[in-house]
Write a protein that binds this ligand. Sequence first.
Ligand code: AQP
Length: 324
Amino acid sequence: MAKAFSGIQPTGEIHLGNYIGALRNWRPDEGSYYCVVDLHSMTMPWDPDEMRRNTRATAAHLLALGLGEPSRVFVQSQVPEHAELSWILTCLGRMGELGRMTQFKSKGRGRQDVSVGLFAYPLLMAADILLYRVHEVPVGEDQKQHIELTRDLALRFNSRFGPVFTVPEPRISEVGARVLSLRNPTEKMSKSDPDPNSKILLTDPDDVIRKKIMTAVTDSGREVYYDPEQKPGIANLLEIASTLSGVSVEEIATVYRDKGYGAFKGGVADIVIAAVHPLRERVLELLGNPSEIDQALESGREHAHAEAKPLLDAVKQAVGLLVP
Ligand code: AQP
């Protein structure tokens, strides 16, 4: 079984894009780790109280998906090896390659008021992954470039200092790797989007989910078919329905082709509600029991730390730092 690592920022409530693009592909296999990457969420302005709340709530989602068994979910800042390895990788990363990261370009290019952390965070992400010698990183499409950078850094390090790191592969689904905003289907669905109708949360009640889907922005036509260029809103709903139901995009489109957008959206809402409803129940149950969350995180922290420490020591030794 391939060992995997992935992370999610506590920047807001978890949405269907996170679930379809990433979380549903995370498995609690032996040796895999899943992390609430709180240090990453400091790359943009943040509120300390919100961060505390979101960190626990994000962990509750991961635990509700069964990823805490056995002790695989932890909070990034509680395992100090992440920040330490990040510094060593910062000294190996190059300004040019970080400047090419499209996420930095879209949020920070040309602005003097963005943090240095926003520029450097792919190096922290590389450290997160490389600490656990994993083979796979299940992520959405938006993270592909960062995994390629991680691979380059691992290869550069190994060729200069010896074979310490495992070189990981991204694992990105073919359908659903980029779920789009329900209000603007040219942008990705995103936690930090301030418009609540742009995204479906995993804690949304059934009637709210239905309303958001029924009012999702689509084009002015009537016919349902898959064309991401001409009909991005319809294509987005088809992909959502396909990934959650296991029925192909083509089959769903054939069923609704001449039935009109209203019937199609109603069918998509049924599929989304059937998938989200049981998750919501479990998340809410856990949120009502914070000590269960904290215990699971403590156990995850111990496991992660036990694995990260010897790897970081090996890195330090390889680069010439004195290991106490
Ligand atoms: N829309 C999406 N479709 C598919 N996958 C997605 N992911 C995020 N959005 C989509 C994947 O979810 C994992 C966690 O990513 P994140 O914590 O960066 O989530 P976010 O919603 O993108 O959060 P933010 O704070 O709103 O970030 P920005 O501002 O960068 O958009 C990752 O595997 C990601 O690929």
